[in-house]
Design a protein around this ligand. Structure first.
Ligand SMILES: Cc1cc2nc3c(=O)[nH]c(=O)nc-3n(C[C@H](O)[C@H](O)[C@H](O)COP(=O)(O)OP(=O)(O)OC[C@H]3O[C@@H](n4cnc5c(N)ncnc54)[C@H](O)[C@@H]3O)c2cc1C
Length: 497
C-alpha cells in the first residue's frame, strides 16, 4: 500500500484515557466508544484496502455537543475525523490512530419540509434515500442519487459533493443544497446560505460543499426538493464496443438532448450485474447504455425516438425501451448494484473516479484497455457517461503479494490519463487519501497553496481530517514559503506525509 498517513502524535496517544473521560462528560451514556474490539467496525470506509482503528469514537446527538467536542479537542490539540456512513470510496473517512472519529450517525431527523418553498431541512445523518422517502408521498424527491443512496448520509454527500445517475440533468449536491449549519474546529457554529437560491457575500456554502470534512462539521442541511416528473422512461442501447457507445453519448449531447441520466457499462460489468440482479441486460454486446428521459409523456416519446436514431447511427445492435415503471426501475437496479456485483467476480477491486471531456471517451476507453493488458489486471467500467465521469473498477486479489500496489499504480495511470486529456482527478468521490498524492498532477504550486490558505482560514491548527486531500500539509504560518513542484520539496527534512 503506497499511501502513507501522518505519524501519530505520541502525546495524544498517551492521554487517550483523559480524552475519553472528557468526551464522556460532553456526550454521556453510550456516546463514546473506546474498547479496542468495539473500535474494529470503524477502522475502514469504502476504500477497504486501508484500515486503521481510531483513537476513539464519539457519537454526539446535538449541535451543542458537536460544538463542545470540537472546542475541547481544539483546546487540547486533538485531531478529529468527521464521519457519516463510512461509504467514501476515496478514504475520506479513514480514521487516524491519534484522532477522535466524530460519527454523525445519530443526527437522523428530517427537521422540516416546506413544499411551498420546495426545501427540506435535515440532519446530516439522514440517508440520501430517506430524504426522498420523506417527501415522495406529496410527489416530490431529492434529485442527486448516488448508487450508495440507501446507506450514505446527506452530510457525507455535502462533504464529497456527491453525484449520481440523475445529476446529468439535475446537478450535483452543490446544485441542490441551499444552506447548512457548520461547526468550526474551535466550536463556533455558523450558518451558510439559507432557503433561497443565492445569499449575499462570498459563497462560503460553495466552499464547504466538497470540502471533504476539512473545513467544518456539517450539522444541518437545507436541500431543494423537486416535483417528480410526469413521466420517466429508460432505454437500453447495446453496442458491439465501448468506443461506439462513447461516440453515441457524445452525439446525444451534441444534438442538444440532456437526458435525465446516461450511464454506460462495458462487457465485464454487464455480465457481473446481470448475474447478480437478473434484469435482462443483453449479454452479447460489448457496451450498454442506459439512457433515461423524463418530463411530459409526449416529450419522452420524442426523445426516446431521437436517442434510438442516434444509437443506430453509431452502430447500436440492440435497443429496449422500459415498459412501465417496474421495468424502468429494473434497468436501474442492475446499474446501481454494479459495484457489489463486480465484488462477486473478484476478491477485491479498486473503484477509480475521474472525469474527462465527453468527446475523449472513445480514446480514453481504448487506452484503458491497453493499460489493463500492460498491468495484467482486469478492469470493469461502469460510469456516468453523460458527465464523462469514469468509474473503472480495477480487479485484484489482496492476498497476492504486490497486487494491490499494482492495482494502485494502474489506477494512478488512469487518473493521469484523465488529466492529460483535459479532465480532472475526481468526478464525485473526492480526493481523500486515494488521490491525495496525485494532486500535483493537476494543480500548480500556486493552486495548491491557495487551497491550503482556505483550509487555514477555517482550521488554522490543521486538526480537522489531516492527511486527506493535500499531499503536503504545512503549518499555516509557513504557508507561502514552500515551493512544491511535482511533489519534489526543497526541504525534505520537514515532516510530511
Ligand atoms: C457501492 C457504492 C456506490 C457509490 N456510488 C456513488 C455514486 O454513485 N456517486 C457518488 O458520488 N458517490 C458514490 N459512492 C461514494 C460515497 O457513497 C459518497 O462519497 C457519499 O457521499 C459518502 O457519504 P457517507 O455518509 O458514507 O460519508 P463518509 O464516507 O462517512 O465520509 C465521507 C467524507 O465526508 C466527511 N463527512 C461525513 N459527514 C460529514 C459531516 N457531517 N460534516 C463534515 N464532513 C463530513 C468525512 O470526513 C469524509 O471526508 C459510492 C460508494 C459505494 C460504497
Amino acid at each position: 500500500m503506497s499511501i502513507a498517513m501522518p505519524v501519530p502524535n505520541a502525546e495524544t496517544l498517551a492521554k487517550r484515557e483523559r480524552i475519553a473521560r472528557a468526551l464522556r462528560a460532553i456526550v454521556p451514556g453510550e456516546g463514546v466508544i473506546d474498547a479496542p474490539e468495539a473500535l474494529r467496525p470503524w477502522e475502514s470506509d469504502g476504500l477497504t484496502a486501508y484500515r486503521q482503528p481510531p483513537l476513539l469514537v464519539v457519537l454526539p446527538e446535538t449541535t451543542a455537543q458537536v460544538s463542545a467536542v470540537l472546542k475541547w479537542c481544539h483546546a487540547e490539540g486533538v485531531k478529529v475525523v468527521p464521519r457519516g456512513a463510512g461509504t467514501s470510496l476515496s478514504g475520506g473517512a479513514l480514521p487516524l490512530a491519534d484522532a477522535v472519529l466524530l460519527g454523525l450517525g445519530k443526527f437522523k431527523r428530517v427537521l422540516d419540509v416546506d413544499y411551498e418553498d420546495r426545501v427540506a431541512v435535515v440532519q446530516p445523518g439522514v440517508t440520501n434515500l430517506a430524504i426522498t422517502q420523506a417527501v415522495e408521498g406529496r410527489g416530490f424527491y431529492y434529485a442527486p442519487d448516488p448508487s450508495s443512496q440507501i446507506a450514505c448520509t446527506i452530510g457525507g454527500n455535502v462533504a464529497e459533493n456527491s453525484g449520481g445517475v440523475h445529476c446529468l440533468k439535475y446537478g450535483l449536491t452543490t446544485n441542490n443544497v441551499l444552506g447548512a449549519e457548520v461547526v468550526l474546529m474551535d466550536g463556533e457554529i455558523v450558518r451558510l446560505g439559507g432557503r433561497h437560491l443565492d445569499s449575499g457575500g462570498l459563497d462560503l456554502l460553495g466552499v464547504v460543499v466538497g470540502s471533504e470534512g476539512l473545513l467544518g462539521v456539517v450539522t444541518e442541511v437545507t436541500v431543494r426538493i423537486l416535483p417528480r416528473p410526469e413521466t420517466a422512461r429508460a432505454v437500453l442501447v447495446g453496442f458491439p464496443d465501448a468506443e461506439q457507445a462513447g461516440a453515441c453519448v457524445a452525439q446525444v449531447i451534441a444534438e442538444g438532448i440532456i437526458p435525465a441520466g446516461m450511464e454506460m457499462m462495458d462487457r465485464p460489468a454487464i455480465h457481473a450485474a446481470e448475474a447478480f440482479v437478473n434484469v435482462g441486460y443483453p449479454l452479447d454486446v460489448g457496451a450498454l447504455l442506459i439512457v433515461e428521459v423524463d418530463g411530459p409523456a409526449a416529450e419522452c416519446d420524442f426523445l426516446i425516438g431521437e436517442i434510438a436514431r442516434i444509437g443506430n447511427a453509431n452502430g447500436a445492435v440492440t435497443s429496449r425501451v422500459s415498459d412501465g415503471e417496474a421495468e424502468r426501475m429494473a434497468f436501474w437496479a442492475g446499474r446501481k448494484a454494479a459495484f457489489p456485483a463486480v465484488g462477486r467476480i473478484s476478491p477485491d477491486y479498486l473503484c477509480m473516479d475521474g472525469t474527462i471531456p465527453r468527446r475523449r471517451l472513445p480514446d480514453v476507453l481504448r487506452r484503458m484497455e491497453e493499460l489493463s493488458e500492460e498491468y495484467g489486471l482486469r478492469v470493469a467500467n461502469v460510469f456516468h457517461a453523460g458527465d464523462g465521469n469514469l468509474h473503472p473498477l480495477i480487479l485484484y486479489d489482496a492476498n497476492v503479494p504486490g497486487e494491490l500496489d499494482k492495482a494502485e499504480a494502474f489506477g494512478a495511470d488512469i487518473l493521469r490519463l484523465c488529466v492529460s486529456v483535459g479532465g480532472v482527478l475526481t468526478g464525485e468521490h473526492g480526493v481523500g487519501i486515494e488521490k491525495r498524492d496525485l494532486m500535483p498532477e493537476m494543480f500548480s504550486d500556486a493552486d495548491l497553496k491557495q487551497q491550503q490558505r482556505v483550509k487555514c482560514a477555517f482550521d488554522p491548527e490543521l486538526l480537522l481530517n489531516p492527511g486527506k486531500v493535500f499531499p503536503v500539509l504545512h503549518r499555516c504560518a509557513e504557508l507561502g514559503q514552500m515551493h512544491v513542484h511535482h511533489g519534489a520539496l526543497p526541504h525534505p527534512e520537514l515532516p510530511r506525509f
